[in-house]
Write a protein that binds this ligand. Sequence first.
Ligand SMILES: [Zn+2]
Length: 513
Amino acid sequence: MSSLSVTQLSARRESVVAALTSPDLASIVDLVVWVEVEANGRSDAGPVAMAASHVGRVRLHGNGAHQVLEGLDPIASEDPMAFLPYDLECASPDPLTSRENAYPYAASRILSLFADPTRSPDVAVVHTPGHFFPEQGGHVGEHGSLDVIQSRAPLLLSGKGVAARGIVDAHARLVDVGATLAALAGVPDSGLRDAAGEVLDGGVLTAYLSADRLAEPKVVGILWDGAHCSDLLHLAECGELPGVARLIESGVALRGGAVAQFPSITLTNHTSILTGLGPGRHGVMGNVFYDRATGERVKPNDASTWHRSAEWLRPAVRTVFEMVNDIVLQRNSPRTASLNEAIDRGADYSTMAIVRDSGSSSGAAGLNDQLPDAQTSVHVHDKAHLDDSYFSWGTQVDDLGLEQMRQLWASPESAPTLTWWANVVSDAGHHAGGPRSDIARDSLRDSDSRLVSFLEHLDRLGITDQVTFLLTADHGFEGSDPAVTGSWRPALESLGIPFRDEGPGFIYLLPDS
Ligand SMILES: [Zn+2]
């Protein structure tokens, strides 16, 4: 199979962009993004991020400048604090147009998605917030966009080594989480590097840390998959999430949360959190992507493949577990632990290692019969939600995760230096009903109940104030509009150009067969 020449690729990409930015598709296509190599003859010429919609086209320069090439700038705002305070988000018309939306760190996030040598798409399509596409895997609540709400994950730091400041009007990036966890666990700046010795894409959030650290720190990173940042803080302030409120009381929460990498998709961001790298360096471009080098359609976010995540990490990647293990002496109990998390490479204790060791041919899916019964869970606020099979499975997984936490933390001595505790039911709740729905809010209440249970366990051990906590998520959520349906596929097929569309939204242009 021959590959496309640069000229062919550029001409075909232009046809694809023109088709996707047709006003006919404006209700479902928010933006089309890609990169071009700037042919300006300068020695520093390199890839530059591009974005277009039916209103116009813009070139996003690395210095933050927007060069509008046609019509209006489709990325009118990059404000990471847009739609705050929360009332503004709740009151904003749905769906928004890109001119009324905001796309934080647009250039750097687009450039990272397109930086992988064989896995990056040629064009990425950003769905409008309202697009409802159940026939292609879409849900009532969705994420994946470059926009601020779907990219906004909560970020709380609390406990030992954290300055208690309450809720502050600030934001960070999810790619900063790994370096911050590693630093809290004692990794020096010189250890915050990838395997090739390059500095990470993310940095340590030093502004929120205090000098009050322990010689042998204990750090717990908690992920509530898809937890909506502003709704989580709102519920905590209303007294509905006592566990989160307790963490905020002895720490800090960022009103603007942490901005996800693009796409604001689960496994891309779990990987960015736990490696400190964007997708262009870690290689997990999405929950599903195509690799031109192998001709393989990779589906890393699947119950049958989570335990194989190490196969998809690019060679220079180092996980936060590997960074921490490098500075902690071997001992009888785990130095690092990774619960219910695909990106576990290097962790001494890991749920996915249990899956690998089981020899299950279908991965984690083969062990579902060993999960606890969701109907008997003491953390479920409304048993009616268990009719949703994803919510029910998430309840089982999260109940098991809490049990694993109690076992790992059976005594102060056995507790790992770094524990990563991923929870999934919040993703199920938000997919099922969208943010602010009863099922989404109950998924946060259920997760909080498990958090409270773990904090009470630490209270009994008398060590709660010796532990550092970080709570985050991998992306935000927006609710779709059931009236906004359709697919851009027919428009692409009418071009007569060979392509693949993974996601949907990652367009790979293929050579003529
Ligand atoms: Zn997720």
